[in-house]
Design a protein around this ligand. Structure first.
Ligand code: ADP
Ligand code: MG
Length: 400
C-alpha cells in the first residue's frame, strides 16, 4: 500500500493557487486550506439506510476550501461570505452570503445551503459558536454525477471549522453532523456513507463501513498493482424519479423489516423465508440481504488480494438493483452491458439510481476497448455521449 499520508504535488499546487486566489477575492490571506474528496461506492447500494454494509472509496477528485475566520471586532462578524469557482457561466465566481444570528433551514438557497447546514448543526447542537468567516471553494468533483460533490463541500467545511475552532471532533462525529446538516438543513434524506468515505478514505483502500455502528475498516484496493482501473461512466441522465423512488424503496424496506419482526433489514438473516412478504416487498428485501452478503464477500476477497474476484460481485449487484430493487434505467443498463461486452471484469450502477453513473472494474489493457464500446453503445442507441473517466482511491479529508 502507498503511504496513506502521501501528498500529491498537484494538489499542493492547487492549494497554493487557491490561497492566492482567496487573497485576491477577500483582500486578506486565508487561515488555511482544506481538502475533502468525493466518493464512489464500489459495492453496497441501498444498504446504508437499512443499517447495513457499504464499501465506498474516496476519490482523487476533491473539493478544496480556503477559509479565514473573522476576528472579533472586525466588520461582518455575523456574516459568512462564500465564493465558488464553479459558476453557471463557466467563468467568474458563484457567490453566496448569509448572516449567522437566527440561521434556520430555508434561509439559505443555492450551494450556500451546504456550508450553512454545517454551521447550523455546529451552532444548533452547542458544539461550537461559529463566528463569521470567508470561504473560497474550488472542486474537481463533477457536480451531479453521483460522486457526492455536495458532501465534499460539507465535509470540507466541517474539517476546516473543526481545525480553526479547535473542536476536536472525531471523523465519525463529523460524519453524523454533516448527515444532520444534509437531512435537517438542506432537506435531503441521505445516509451516512458519503461523508464517512470522504472523511475516512485512504489511498489504495476502500472503506468497509457498518452503517449501524459506524465502525469502519480500510480494505486494501491496490488497483494499479493488479493492472486494474475503475472507470466511472456518467450517463448524464438526471435522477428525475429519484425522490419518489427513493422514498418508496425506504418504505418497502421498513415494511419488510417489520413484517419479518426485525428492527431493520440488517437483522434479517440472509436465508430468511421471504414468502411471507408480498411479491414486490420480497424482491426489495432480497436485494438488501444479498447486497449485504456481497459486501462481506468482497471484503473477504480484497483481504486475500483477489481484486479480480470482486468483478462478478459488482455485476451481481447490478442485476439485483435492476431486477429486484428496480432502481436502474436503460442508460445505466446499456453502460454496464457495453462495458462487460468489451472486457470489464464487472460493472454496475452506483449511487441511488434512476440515472447518474455506473462503474466498471477494467483491466488496464482493456480501457480503450471499454471506453469505445460504451460510447458506441450510446451512439448506436441515438443517445448523447456519456462522460467516462478513471478514478483512484485517495486519502480522506485533511488540511493541506
Ligand atoms: P452530487 O451527486 O454531485 O452530490 P447533488 O445534486 O447532491 O449532486 O449536489 C450538487 C450540488 O452541490 C450543486 O447543485 C451545488 O449546490 C453543490 N456543489 C457541489 N460542488 C460545488 C461547487 N464546486 N461549487 C458550488 N456548489 C457546489
Ligand atoms: Mg449529493
Amino acid at each position: 500500500m502507498m503511504d496513506p499520508q502521501r501528498t500529491d504535488p498537484r494538489e499542493d499546487a492547487r492549494a497554493a493557487d487557491l490561497a492566492r486566489r482567496f487573497t485576491e477575492v477577500y483582500g486578506r490571506a486565508p487561515d488555511g486550506v482544506w481538502r475533502a474528496p468525493g466518493r464512489v461506492n464500489l459495492l453496497g447500494e441501498h444498504t446504508d439506510y437499512n443499517d447495513g454494509f457499504v464499501l465506498p472509496f474516496a476519490l482523487d477528485r476533491a473539493a478544496m476550501v480556503a477559509v479565514r475566520l473573522r476576528r472579533t471586532g472586525e466588520p461582518g462578524q455575523d456574516t459568512v461570505e462564500l465564493a465558488s469557482t464553479y459558476a453557471p457561466d463557466g467563468k467568474g465566481l458563484s457567490c453566496e452570503r448569509f448572516s449567522l444570528p437566527g440561521l434556520a433551514a430555508g434561509d439559505v438557497g443555492g450551494w450556500g445551503a451546504y456550508p450553512a447546514g454545517v454551521v447550523h448543526v455546529l451552532d444548533g447542537t452547542g458544539e461550537a459558536a461559529v463566528p463569521g468567516f470567508e470561504m473560497l471553494l474550488d472542486s474537481t468533483v463533477p457536480v451531479g454525477a453521483g460522486l457526492s460533490s455536495s458532501h465534499a463541500v460539507e465535509v470540507a467545511t466541517i474539517v476546516a471549522l473543526n481545525d480553526l475552532l479547535d473542536l476536536g471532533l472525531e471523523p465519525t462525529a463529523m460524519a453524523r453532523l454533516t448527515q444532520r446538516a444534509e437531512n435537517e438543513f438542506v432537506g435531503a434524506p441521505t445516509g451516512i456513507m458519503d461523508q464517512s468515505a470522504s472523511l475516512m478514505g485512504r489511498a489504495d483502500g476502500a472503506l468497509f463501513l457498518d452503517c449501524r455502528t459506524l465502525e469502519s475498516r480500510v480494505v486494501p484496493l491496490p488497483l494499479a498493482e493488479h493492472g486494474l482501473i475503475v472507470l466511472v461512466i456518467d450517463t448524464k441522465v438526471s435522477h428525475s424519479h429519484a425522490d419518489g423512488g427513493y422514498a418508496a424503496r425506504r418504505a418497502s424496506c421498513e415494511r419488510g423489516a417489520s413484517a419479518l419482526g426485525a428492527v431493520s433489514l440488517r437483522d434479517v438473516p440472509s436465508g430468511a423465508d421471504l414468502t411471507v412478504l408480498d411479491e414486490e416487498t420480497g424482491r426489495r428485501v432480497r436485494h438488501v440481504l444479498t447486497e449485504n452478503a456481497r459486501v462481506l464477500e468482497a471484503v473477504e476477497r480484497l483481504g486475500s488480494g483477489d481484486l479480480h474476484g470482486v468483478g462478478e460481485l459488482l455485476s451481481a449487484s447490478h442485476a439485483s438493483l435492476r431486477d429486484d430493487y428496480e432502481v436502474s434505467c436503460p442508460e445505466l443498463d446499456l453502460a454496464v452491458e457495453a462495458a462487460m461486452g468489451a472486457g470489464a471484469l464487472g460493472a454496475r450502477m452506483t449511487g441511488g439510481g434512476f440515472g447518474g453513473a455506473a462503474i466498471a472494474l477494467v483491466p488496464t489493457a482493456e480501457e480503450g476497448r471499454v471506453r469505445d464500446a460504451v460510447q458506441r453503445g450510446f451512439a448506436d442507441s441515438g443517445l448523447w455521449a456519456p462522460e467516462i473517466f478513471s478514478v483512484l482511491p485517495s486519502t480522506g479529508a485533511r488540511r493541506m
